[in-house]
Design a protein. Sequence first.
Length: 196
Amino acid sequence: MLVRDSYWSYQGTGFNTGIRQFFVRLAGCSIKCPIRKICDEQESLEFNGTETSTEELMAMPGEDMNGKWIHITGGEPLHYAQEILAAVKNAPNAMFQIQTSGMLELCGHHENTWITCSPKSEANKLRLTKCNEIVVVAHDLMTSSQMTEYSIKYPHALLWCSPVHGQSAKTAEKLIERSNCGYRLTGQLHKQWGIK
C-alpha cells in the first residue's frame, strides 16, 4: 500500500473525538465525488506515496500498540482493503479506525475495527455494507433527504454532521434539523486545536 504520511495525534471528529491515535494517511483516491475540489487532503488524492508492507505499517508507531488505536485514512483507504484487513488480523490487540467514503466495500469486519463512513455520494451508490458511524460533511450539495437515506442504509450507525472546516455551523444545523433522524453536530476539532 502507498503511505502518504503517518503521525501521532488526537481524533477530532465523531465518536472517538479526543482519543490519541496513530494516523496512517494512505495515498490515492479514484472516487470522483462532488466535493473533490474542497477535499481537505488534496495532496492525498494522487497515488504518490511510499510503498509499505503490512509489517512495515505495524512497525511505524514505534511502540507496542496493544489497546491503542491506529487510524487509517486517505485518500480512499479501501483501495488497499486486503492489506488493511491483513494488518487488522495480525494485530488483534490493537484498535483500528478506518475512515472511508463508503464507495468501496470492506469484506470481513473484526471486533477491533471501527468503521467511519464519510459519504460523498447518494446512499444507493455506496458499496460499504456496514459501518459504526456516519460523518456527513455539510457542504452546499448535501441535502437532508440524503442524510435520511444514509440513516436508513446504516440503521445501527451513529450519525454525525460536520461543518466544512472554517465555515459556520449554520448549514450543518439546518441539515440536522431537517433530516430529523438523530444526527449530532461534530467538527474537525483537531484543526481548531491546532494539531494535525
